[in-house]
Design a protein around this ligand. Structure first.
Ligand SMILES: [Zn+2]
Ligand SMILES: [Zn+2]
Length: 256
Protein backbone atom coordinates (compact mmCIF):
# COMPACT_ATOMS: atom_id res chain seq x y z
CA UNK A 1 0.00 0.00 0.00
CA UNK A 2 1.47 3.32 -0.98
CA UNK A 3 1.56 6.19 1.46
CA UNK A 4 -0.79 9.12 0.80
CA UNK A 5 0.06 12.78 0.70
CA UNK A 6 -1.34 13.61 4.16
CA UNK A 7 0.77 10.88 5.75
CA UNK A 8 3.84 12.16 3.93
CA UNK A 9 3.19 15.67 5.30
CA UNK A 10 3.24 14.16 8.82
CA UNK A 11 6.54 12.43 8.02
CA UNK A 12 8.10 15.47 6.35
CA UNK A 13 6.58 18.63 7.80
CA UNK A 14 9.32 20.74 6.16
CA UNK A 15 7.66 19.89 2.81
CA UNK A 16 4.15 20.82 3.92
CA UNK A 17 3.61 23.68 1.44
CA UNK A 18 4.75 21.88 -1.73
CA UNK A 19 2.90 18.72 -0.66
CA UNK A 20 -0.31 20.66 -0.08
CA UNK A 21 0.01 22.08 -3.58
CA UNK A 22 0.39 18.52 -4.85
CA UNK A 23 -2.76 17.53 -2.92
CA UNK A 24 -4.59 20.31 -4.78
CA UNK A 25 -3.38 18.93 -8.08
CA UNK A 26 -4.61 15.46 -7.09
CA UNK A 27 -8.00 16.98 -6.34
CA UNK A 28 -7.96 18.64 -9.77
CA UNK A 29 -7.03 15.36 -11.45
CA UNK A 30 -9.88 13.52 -9.72
CA UNK A 31 -12.32 16.28 -10.68
CA UNK A 32 -11.24 16.19 -14.34
CA UNK A 33 -11.64 12.42 -14.70
CA UNK A 34 -15.31 12.57 -15.67
CA UNK A 35 -14.51 14.78 -18.70
CA UNK A 36 -11.86 12.54 -20.18
CA UNK A 37 -12.25 9.95 -22.93
CA UNK A 38 -12.26 6.47 -21.43
CA UNK A 39 -11.60 4.18 -24.38
CA UNK A 40 -8.64 4.11 -26.67
CA UNK A 41 -10.95 3.94 -29.68
CA UNK A 42 -12.73 7.09 -28.51
CA UNK A 43 -9.66 9.31 -28.95
CA UNK A 44 -10.15 11.51 -32.00
CA UNK A 45 -7.32 13.56 -33.51
CA UNK A 46 -8.57 16.52 -31.47
CA UNK A 47 -8.70 14.49 -28.26
CA UNK A 48 -5.16 13.23 -28.73
CA UNK A 49 -3.72 16.73 -28.44
CA UNK A 50 -5.87 18.42 -25.76
CA UNK A 51 -9.02 18.06 -23.66
CA UNK A 52 -12.23 17.65 -25.69
CA UNK A 53 -13.04 21.20 -26.86
CA UNK A 54 -16.61 20.94 -25.63
CA UNK A 55 -15.28 20.41 -22.08
CA UNK A 56 -12.30 22.76 -22.19
CA UNK A 57 -14.18 25.62 -20.57
CA UNK A 58 -15.59 23.50 -17.71
CA UNK A 59 -12.19 21.96 -17.02
CA UNK A 60 -10.55 25.37 -16.98
CA UNK A 61 -13.14 26.70 -14.53
CA UNK A 62 -12.39 23.78 -12.24
CA UNK A 63 -8.68 24.48 -12.57
CA UNK A 64 -8.80 28.16 -11.61
CA UNK A 65 -11.15 27.39 -8.73
CA UNK A 66 -9.05 24.58 -7.25
CA UNK A 67 -5.78 26.50 -7.63
CA UNK A 68 -7.40 29.80 -6.61
CA UNK A 69 -6.14 31.63 -9.70
CA UNK A 70 -7.57 34.99 -10.85
CA UNK A 71 -9.97 33.69 -13.54
CA UNK A 72 -10.34 37.03 -15.34
CA UNK A 73 -6.57 37.29 -15.95
CA UNK A 74 -6.59 33.92 -17.68
CA UNK A 75 -9.52 34.56 -20.03
CA UNK A 76 -7.23 34.68 -23.12
CA UNK A 77 -5.90 31.24 -22.20
CA UNK A 78 -9.40 29.89 -21.66
CA UNK A 79 -10.40 31.18 -25.11
CA UNK A 80 -7.36 29.58 -26.73
CA UNK A 81 -8.25 26.25 -25.08
CA UNK A 82 -11.87 26.51 -26.20
CA UNK A 83 -10.71 27.22 -29.76
CA UNK A 84 -8.42 24.20 -29.75
CA UNK A 85 -5.38 26.44 -30.23
CA UNK A 86 -3.20 24.71 -27.63
CA UNK A 87 -1.53 21.42 -28.58
CA UNK A 88 -0.57 19.76 -25.29
CA UNK A 89 1.81 17.39 -27.09
CA UNK A 90 4.16 20.34 -27.75
CA UNK A 91 4.60 20.94 -24.01
CA UNK A 92 6.95 17.99 -23.29
CA UNK A 93 9.19 19.36 -26.06
CA UNK A 94 9.52 22.60 -24.11
CA UNK A 95 7.37 24.41 -26.67
CA UNK A 96 5.10 26.90 -24.85
CA UNK A 97 2.33 28.40 -27.03
CA UNK A 98 1.98 32.13 -27.68
CA UNK A 99 -1.27 33.35 -26.15
CA UNK A 100 -1.89 36.95 -27.32
CA UNK A 101 -2.90 39.41 -24.57
CA UNK A 102 -2.21 36.96 -21.75
CA UNK A 103 -0.38 38.87 -19.02
CA UNK A 104 2.07 36.29 -17.75
CA UNK A 105 5.64 35.24 -18.55
CA UNK A 106 6.53 32.16 -20.61
CA UNK A 107 7.75 30.44 -17.44
CA UNK A 108 4.48 31.11 -15.62
CA UNK A 109 2.44 29.97 -18.62
CA UNK A 110 4.55 26.80 -18.84
CA UNK A 111 3.83 26.10 -15.15
CA UNK A 112 0.10 26.74 -15.49
CA UNK A 113 -0.17 24.58 -18.60
CA UNK A 114 1.85 21.77 -17.02
CA UNK A 115 -0.51 21.55 -14.02
CA UNK A 116 -3.55 21.97 -16.24
CA UNK A 117 -2.56 19.43 -18.90
CA UNK A 118 -1.05 16.78 -16.66
CA UNK A 119 -4.32 14.86 -16.08
CA UNK A 120 -4.61 14.72 -19.90
CA UNK A 121 -1.17 13.09 -20.11
CA UNK A 122 -1.94 10.70 -17.27
CA UNK A 123 -5.11 9.65 -19.07
CA UNK A 124 -3.18 9.22 -22.31
CA UNK A 125 -0.98 6.68 -20.55
CA UNK A 126 -4.10 4.69 -19.57
CA UNK A 127 -5.29 4.76 -23.19
CA UNK A 128 -1.89 3.88 -24.66
CA UNK A 129 0.04 1.84 -22.09
CA UNK A 130 3.74 1.70 -23.02
CA UNK A 131 5.22 0.92 -19.60
CA UNK A 132 8.34 -1.19 -19.71
CA UNK A 133 9.27 -0.29 -23.28
CA UNK A 134 12.57 1.10 -24.47
CA UNK A 135 13.25 4.85 -24.14
CA UNK A 136 15.10 5.69 -27.35
CA UNK A 137 17.36 8.73 -26.91
CA UNK A 138 16.18 8.99 -23.29
CA UNK A 139 12.75 10.30 -24.28
CA UNK A 140 9.34 9.05 -23.22
CA UNK A 141 7.92 6.82 -25.98
CA UNK A 142 4.43 8.25 -25.39
CA UNK A 143 4.90 12.02 -25.05
CA UNK A 144 8.61 12.58 -25.92
CA UNK A 145 9.51 14.25 -22.60
CA UNK A 146 13.04 13.94 -21.24
CA UNK A 147 13.59 12.30 -17.88
CA UNK A 148 14.33 13.79 -14.48
CA UNK A 149 13.69 10.55 -12.61
CA UNK A 150 15.10 7.05 -12.73
CA UNK A 151 14.73 3.93 -10.64
CA UNK A 152 16.72 0.72 -10.39
CA UNK A 153 14.70 -2.47 -10.60
CA UNK A 154 15.49 -6.16 -10.46
CA UNK A 155 17.87 -7.35 -13.11
CA UNK A 156 19.36 -4.92 -12.34
CA UNK A 157 17.81 -2.61 -14.91
CA UNK A 158 17.35 1.13 -15.00
CA UNK A 159 13.91 2.58 -15.60
CA UNK A 160 13.27 6.18 -16.61
CA UNK A 161 10.00 7.80 -15.48
CA UNK A 162 8.04 10.47 -17.33
CA UNK A 163 7.05 13.57 -15.34
CA UNK A 164 4.20 14.38 -17.74
CA UNK A 165 2.43 11.05 -18.34
CA UNK A 166 4.12 8.76 -15.75
CA UNK A 167 5.06 6.17 -18.39
CA UNK A 168 8.23 4.34 -17.37
CA UNK A 169 10.60 2.23 -19.42
CA UNK A 170 14.10 0.89 -19.77
CA UNK A 171 17.22 2.77 -20.67
CA UNK A 172 20.80 1.49 -20.66
CA UNK A 173 22.18 1.03 -17.18
CA UNK A 174 24.83 3.74 -17.23
CA UNK A 175 25.18 7.10 -18.90
CA UNK A 176 23.27 10.37 -18.99
CA UNK A 177 19.82 9.91 -20.57
CA UNK A 178 19.67 13.59 -21.52
CA UNK A 179 22.80 13.72 -23.74
CA UNK A 180 23.95 10.11 -24.02
CA UNK A 181 27.26 10.85 -22.25
CA UNK A 182 28.84 7.61 -20.96
CA UNK A 183 32.15 9.06 -19.74
CA UNK A 184 32.11 8.02 -16.09
CA UNK A 185 34.53 10.80 -15.13
CA UNK A 186 31.80 13.32 -16.08
CA UNK A 187 28.99 11.60 -14.18
CA UNK A 188 28.88 12.34 -10.46
CA UNK A 189 26.68 10.81 -7.79
CA UNK A 190 25.41 13.08 -4.99
CA UNK A 191 23.92 11.50 -1.90
CA UNK A 192 22.63 13.07 1.29
CA UNK A 193 22.25 11.45 4.70
CA UNK A 194 19.07 13.48 5.12
CA UNK A 195 17.52 11.93 2.03
CA UNK A 196 17.95 8.15 2.19
CA UNK A 197 16.43 6.11 -0.63
CA UNK A 198 17.42 8.45 -3.41
CA UNK A 199 20.45 10.08 -5.01
CA UNK A 200 21.28 12.44 -7.83
CA UNK A 201 23.50 11.76 -10.83
CA UNK A 202 24.83 14.89 -12.48
CA UNK A 203 26.31 15.12 -15.97
CA UNK A 204 29.14 17.53 -16.82
CA UNK A 205 28.41 17.00 -20.51
CA UNK A 206 24.99 18.70 -20.58
CA UNK A 207 24.80 20.12 -17.02
CA UNK A 208 21.57 18.28 -16.21
CA UNK A 209 20.84 15.76 -13.49
CA UNK A 210 18.61 12.78 -12.91
CA UNK A 211 17.29 11.68 -9.52
CA UNK A 212 17.51 7.96 -8.86
CA UNK A 213 14.79 6.60 -6.58
CA UNK A 214 15.58 3.31 -4.84
CA UNK A 215 13.03 0.56 -5.23
CA UNK A 216 11.78 0.53 -1.58
CA UNK A 217 11.11 4.29 -1.69
CA UNK A 218 9.36 3.99 -5.05
CA UNK A 219 7.23 1.14 -3.74
CA UNK A 220 6.33 3.06 -0.61
CA UNK A 221 5.45 6.38 -2.26
CA UNK A 222 4.85 5.95 -5.96
CA UNK A 223 6.83 8.09 -8.37
CA UNK A 224 5.05 11.45 -7.80
CA UNK A 225 5.44 11.49 -4.04
CA UNK A 226 8.99 10.13 -4.29
CA UNK A 227 9.82 13.06 -6.55
CA UNK A 228 8.18 15.47 -4.08
CA UNK A 229 9.82 13.91 -1.02
CA UNK A 230 13.26 14.18 -2.60
CA UNK A 231 12.83 17.88 -3.44
CA UNK A 232 15.76 18.83 -1.15
CA UNK A 233 18.07 16.85 -3.47
CA UNK A 234 16.91 18.96 -6.42
CA UNK A 235 18.02 22.01 -4.48
CA UNK A 236 21.43 20.47 -3.78
CA UNK A 237 21.93 19.60 -7.47
CA UNK A 238 20.72 22.98 -8.68
CA UNK A 239 22.94 24.81 -6.18
CA UNK A 240 25.85 23.06 -7.91
CA UNK A 241 24.73 24.48 -11.27
CA UNK A 242 22.87 21.51 -12.74
CA UNK A 243 19.41 21.85 -14.29
CA UNK A 244 16.33 19.70 -14.20
CA UNK A 245 14.99 18.91 -17.69
CA UNK A 246 11.28 18.55 -16.85
CA UNK A 247 9.05 19.88 -14.04
CA UNK A 248 8.25 18.06 -10.83
CA UNK A 249 4.58 17.18 -10.11
CA UNK A 250 3.84 20.74 -8.94
CA UNK A 251 5.39 22.24 -12.08
CA UNK A 252 8.66 23.35 -10.49
CA UNK A 253 11.70 23.12 -12.69
CA UNK A 254 13.89 25.68 -10.89
CA UNK A 255 13.69 25.13 -7.13
CA UNK A 256 15.77 28.02 -5.83
ZN1 LIG B 1 5.49 10.80 -21.15
ZN1 LIG C 1 24.26 14.73 -20.06
Amino acid sequence: MTIDVQKLIEERPHLKDPLQLYARWQHFQESVAEYLPKERSALSAEESKAYPRANASDIFQLFVKIFELPAEEFVPLQKALENGDVDFMRLPLGDVPEIPSLACSDDELARVLFLFARPFFQNLRTSYPLDGGQWENGRCPLCSAQAALASIVEGPKRHLHCSFCSTFGTYRFTGCPNCGNTDSTQLTTIESEDEPGCRVITCDGCHTYVKVIEHPMLKKMGIDLADMASLPLDIVAQDKGFTRTVPNPISLIKMA
